[in-house]
Design a binder for this molecule. Structure first.
Ligand code: NAD
Ligand code: MG
Length: 391
């Protein structure tokens, strides 16, 4: 880290995590020098934040929006750029701390580029670990870079492990709210609409992760993320439905102790933890009143309601490039559900078919996996998913 102001970049700045990150940074503008902000089609928001934070560069991933972005930034001194190559170039610019908050596999390469220049990568983009966990960790090691988890469950596990020996971990329990359809009768799920799936009982998040919470594909990704990030045997990773979303994860040790991370469902905690690590600084999150809360409840996850959890187990057992296959198939199935082309309950079927057709992708040694191989597996899986969706 350089002396004085910390150089920060935010990938996916216009999204839910990006906006929460900006909320924290904007509270202490003198502490940060904003190198790059990136977004998608919402160039008005991107330009507003780039002006407000006095960013050096703003990039829209949508290359049809360059002129709009330029116009919105006119006279500000903020450089404007557009398209995938510009996004990758922005990720290569030296920064001390980079927020990876693009949604989907599109966030993988920018994160790798940030690691290559030695940055601390605050990783909200769980898809990076699911698609290419070993590659992410290897890249960080090679460039003396750091990856800090921002997913609330993984931040919770990370915090519970501070000062502990990973060999003394017996199990990790990741909690799940259960999403929008937790209490729906099973027979109604086939008729669930994207608008219904996109309402979360506890968290305000982007549309895609909210729907993934209803299907538990989000929890499925998080189980794989836990295995990859902490190097845990999948048999040690459990999930439990916890409707209140106050406990984010628990770590059980060999002496029977179970350490829980408790806090309100506000992503600014996990983002702020990663921003200030290794220090703890005051954060603008609600302080829990346990008496008011009264009780916390837990239920076993039902694999009939949430087949994605079973698929995650299969993916973890298979290894190789199956995480990339799983994620890409899920992204296409989710697109098809959002577009009204398949019912909610068909998403898991599509993903399962792709996993079985591309089972040969399991036969890769994690240590030899490259970005090209991940991209290739991702591409194949999208094609297979589209076949399943049409069939
Ligand atoms: P979002 O949809 O609100 O925002 C996504 C951001 O990525 C936007 O800035 C968008 O413009 C950009 N983007 C989308 N597609 C892109 C592409 N192809 N290329 C470049 N940029 C693109 O999503 P979100 O809810 O903020 O989630 C972001 C990431 O963080 C996801 O990986 C999600 O799983 C993870 N995450 C989110 C939360 C949450 O509370 N929202 C919690 C934990 C983890
Ligand atoms: Mg999470």
């Amino acid at each position: 880290m350089t002396a004085g102001r910390r150089r920060v970049s935010i990938f996916g700045a216009t999204g839910s995590i990006g906006q929460n990150t900006i909320d924290l940074i904007a509270r202490d503008p003198d502490a940060y020098e904003v190198i790059a902000l990136t977004g998608g089609a919402n160039v008005a928001q991107l330009a507003r934040d780039a002006r407000r934070l006095n960013a050096r560069l703003a990039v829209t991933a949508d290359d049809t929006r360059l002129e709009d972005l330029r116009a919105a930034l006119a006279g500000s001194g903020v450089e404007a750029a557009a398209g995938r190559a510009a996004l990758i170039e922005a990720a290569s610019r030296p920064a001390d701390w980079v927020m990876s908050a693009i949604v989907g596999a599109a966030g993988l390469e920018p994160g790798l580029r940030a690691l290559e220049q030695g940055a601390t990568l605050a990783l909200a983009n769980k898809e990076s670990m699911v698609c290419a966990g070993a590659l992410m960790l290897r890249t960080a090691r090679a460039h003396d870079a750091t990856i800090l988890p921002v997913d609330s469950e993984h931040s919770a596990v990370f915090q519970a492990l501070i000062g502990e020996d990973i060999a003394a971990v017996e199990r990790v329990i990741i909690t799940a709210s259960g999403g929008a359809f937790r209490d729906w009768p099973l027979e109604d799920l086939a008729r669930a609409t994207p608008a219904q799936a996109a309402t979360h009982p506890n968290w305000a998040m982007g549309q895609r992760i909210t729907i993934d919470s209803a299907s538990m594909f989000n929890k499925a990704l998080e189980l794989i993320e836990t295995k990859e990030f902490f190097g845990l045997d999948p048999v040690r990773i459990e999930t439990v439905v916890h409707p209140e979303s106050m406990i984010h994860a628990l770590v059980g040790f060999t002496d029977g102790a179970l350490m829980a991370h408790v806090g309100p469902p506000d992503m600014r905690h996990a983002i702020g933890f990663a921003l200030h690590h290794p220090y703890r600084k005051p954060l603008p999150v609600e302080r829990l009143d346990l008496v008011k809360l009264g009780q916390l409840t837990f239920r076993a996850p039902c694999e009939t309601r949430w087949p994605a959890l079973r698929l995650a187990r299969e993916v973890m057992a298979a290894g190789g490039l199956m995480g990339a296959v799983f994620n890409a198939a899920k992204e296409r199935a989710l697109d098809a559900f959002i577009e009204g082309r398949i019912p909610f309950t068909r998403m898991a079927g599509v993903v399962e078919e792709v996993l079985s057709r591309l089972s040969s992708q399991a036969g890769h040694n994690a240590a030899g996996i490259t970005l090209d191989m991940v991209s290739q597996a991702d591409h194949l899986a999208r094609g297979e998913a589209d076949r399943s969706i049409l069939g």
